[in-house]
Design a protein around this ligand. Structure first.
Ligand code: ZN
Length: 159
């Protein structure tokens, strides 16, 4: 039996170090919109809400909307490869552009951006493009980047 040194006995303190930190918006991804200090999710406006699975007419929102002003620089959330162009709409409008990016175990589509390129490597936090004019198409909307996982799972935890 081990007897302690001559210190008074104390109950071991419970250290809360095993608890996960409550930082849902501090995931492995970089800050996506220039000038922001976090990846903030669009709340609700006249055009809908920004969370994953929010109601969209007859279906559910398959991604998450990250707040960003029209014309802002948009950064790559992780290091990977731009796989090609991805468009959110079938019809033509001013915001119908985006890319698919794959890397580090992630595969996402990002909509409403004019990318600097449609192919090739990109590093986490590197300029990926510019946010398109959402206010022209959806006046009063909280302008944002739409990000969805290629497998349509919830991307919120990575923000
Ligand atoms: Zn969206």
């Amino acid at each position: 039996m081990h007897r302690g040194l001559s210190k008074p006995r104390k109950k071991p303190r419970k250290e809360p170090t095993c608890l996960p930190e409550k930082q849902p918006l501090a995931g492995p991804w970089a800050i996506i919109c220039a000038g922001k200090s976090s990846n903030e999710i669009r709340t609700c406006d006249a055009h809908g809400c920004g969370q994953y699975t929010a109601q969209r007419n007859q279906k559910l929102h398959q991604g998450v909307d990250v707040l960003c002003s029209d014309g802002s620089t948009v950064y790559a959330p992780f290091t990977g490869k731009i796989m090609g162009q991805e468009k959110p709409y079938k019809n033509k409008n001013a915001i119908n552009n985006g890319v698919r990016i794959s890397g580090r175990g992630f595969c996402i589509k990002m909509f409403y951006i004019k990318p600097i390129k449609y192919k090739g490597s990109i590093k986490k936090g590197e300029k990926l493009g510019t946010l398109l004019p959402l206010q022209k198409v959806y006046p009063g909307i909280q302008s944002h980047i739409h990000i969805e996982n290629c497998d349509l799972s919830d991307p919120t935890v990575y923000l």
